[in-house]
Structure formats: C-alpha cells, structure tokens
Design a protein around this ligand. Structure first.
Ligand code: CU
Ligand code: CU
Length: 316
C-alpha cells in the first residue's frame, strides 16, 4: 500500500469573532505531489498487462485526504520520457479551468493551490485531450474532504474503504470507440476486474472485511467514461447515503443509489451484530456487475483489524 504523500506545512489558524481573536479548528496546508507515468499496469487477478497512463504508476492514483478548510498545495510533474500531455482536474477545487487545470507538456510541471471549502468525496482525473482516453487509460482517483468534525448526522465509522469503478477498454488507442462506448469488455474496481471478489474470480486474493455490527463507510467514485452506476449492497441496505459525501445531504435506508459519471457519494452499511454475514457490493447494472464490478465485504468476528483503517482504505 503506497503511503498517502501528504504532510502538514502550517499550524493553527485564527479567526476574528466579535473583535476578539479566537483560535478555531486548525486549517492546514497539505502538500500533494503526483507524477504522470505512462506504463504497463496489471488490470486483473491473473496478471494481464495494459498500457496505462497513470498518476504515480498505479490505477487509481493516490488517495488525497484533507479536512474541510485545508489548502491543497499541488504539484504535477510530467516527465520528458512521457509521450503525452497530462493534467489534473480536482472536482474539489474551485479555480480556473484554463489555468490550474491546463495540460502540462512532457518535460514540464504544474503547481497550484486551492482551498477545499466544501466537505465531500470528489473525483480527480486528467483532463488532457482527448479526455475520454486519459480517464479510460487510468488517470483518475479520489480526494476526500472530511468535514471538520464527526456528529450525530455523520458518525465516526469503524472502517472505511475507497471503491472506484471504471470501464476497461482493451484497445487503449481507440478513443473514438471509447466515445461511442464500444469495445469495453470489463469493469474495474480500484483498477482490477473482480479485484475483491474470490467468488467470481478464483484468482482474487483480497476482500473487504469488518466485524459484525461495525459501521463500514464506503467512499465510492464513478470513474466510468459513459455509464452511470446503480450502487447496491447485496444482502444489505445502505444505512445512510451521503450524496456527494456531504453530511448535509443524508438519505436513510436506501437499497440502490444512482451515481452518475464523474460523481461520488459516501455509503454507510451496518451488518447484523449477532452473527457473521457477507455482502456483495455491486453495480447492479448487470453488464457492469458480471464484467467485474462486484466486491465482497465479509463481516466476521476475526476480521483483519488493519483493514479499512489508516492507509488501508484503498486496498492494493
Ligand atoms: Cu493524462
Ligand atoms: Cu471532471
């Protein structure tokens, strides 16, 4: 598991309230660095290689995680060894598309800062031309903007997982087919077909785990280029859905929730506490589920205590 490359630059911020200086929750500057890497990656559990375009060499890119109000100090390097221009578009940033999100030619880099003002879960992706190909070839990831505090409306979860779904087009150079939604053969979850599903793929070695009764929070991103996702936990019900990941946008007791292309939402599931169960978290769109978009969540007393915590929220 690659470490999240962030560190804190500055300390407490002060707020002026009624003429007095009152310290409030610390706003930080979080430094994030990415490198565009055009390289082969493995896209299934048996080792099939694909000529991907990536952030830092893997699909998806690193998990960027900040608190609401933090400033992101971002640098993208596009090494001279690459053949293509690349860029980044953080959906959590309110900036100038022609400036911060501009394409970076090989041998150049781009630096910009933005403040993550609105809590939520957001996609990031490459926006270089043709964008459909840069996303389909793997240049996407998630930025989580945590609210300043947990609350009754947004309780602290016991475990957290990131799931990012995308469409796999084996003909990596045929971007017109990508535009027409032709030639996609599989769905990827965090960059692999049936990544966490040993039921449908005996080569799969990983699953999500929790203990019975734990609150499991899933940050889900739809990085498909053309298809919405019908996000459903088989043998369960979403206890809460936070639309766009924002605690203000809460829905209760939802069976299936639609996530459009380039959207993300946060999903809580709580399994029965008195016995072990399993869930299969799927895109209930059958053409996607049976082509790779199924994830097993095991709820059992001996669940690995390291999974779904800290740097283990996106399982590689
Ligand atoms: Cu790119
Ligand atoms: Cu976008």
């Amino acid at each position: 598991m690659r470490m999240i490359k962030t560190f804190i630059l500055s300390g407490a911020a002060l707020a002026m309230i009624s003429g007095a200086i009152v310290p409030h929750a610390q706003a930080k500057t979080v430094k994030v660095h990415m490198k565009a890497v055009e390289t082969d990656v493995v896209i299934d559990n048996k080792g099939t290689k694909y000529p991907a375009w990536t952030y830092d060499g893997g699909i998806p890119g690193q998990v960027v995680r900040v608190k609401q109000g933090d400033t992101v100090d971002f640098t993208l390097d596009n090494p001279a060894s690459n053949k293509n221009s690349h860029s980044i578009d953080f959906h959590a940033a309110e900036v100038d598309v022609l400036n911060e999100f501009a394409a970076v030619r090989p041998g150049h880099s781009k630096h910009f800062v933005f403040t993550a003002k609105r809590a939520g879960v957001y996609m990031y992706h490459c926006g270089a031309n043709p964008m459909v190909q840069h996303i389909a070839r793997g240049m996407y990831g998630v930025i989580i903007v945590d609210p300043k505090t947990y609350s009754k409306a947004y309780p602290k979860p016991d475990r957290e997982y990131v799931l990012i779904q995308s469409q796999y087009f084996p003909d990596a150079d045929n971007y017109s087919a990508m535009l027409e939604n032709k030639g996609w053969t599989n769905s990827l979850i965090n960059g692999k077909i049936f990544n966490y599903d040993p039921v449908h793929d005996p080569n799969a070695t990983k699953v999500l785990m929790a203990k019975p009764g734990e609150r499991v929070r899933i940050f889900f991103v739809n990085a498909n280029v053309n298809m919405p996702v019908a996000f459903h936990p088989i043998a369960g019900i979403w206890d809460r859905v936070y639309v766009n990941g924002n605690p203000k946008n809460v829905l209760y007791d939802v069976q299936t929730y639609g996530v459009p292309v380039a959207a993300a939402s946060t999903f809580d599931i709580v399994s029965p506490s008195d016995h072990a169960t399993n869930n299969a978290i799927v895109d209930h769109t059958m053409s996607a589920a049976l082509r790779g978009a199924i994830t097993v969540l095991m709820n059992r007393p001996d669940a690995d205590p390291k999974l779904g915590k800290g740097d283990n929220i996106l399982l590689r």
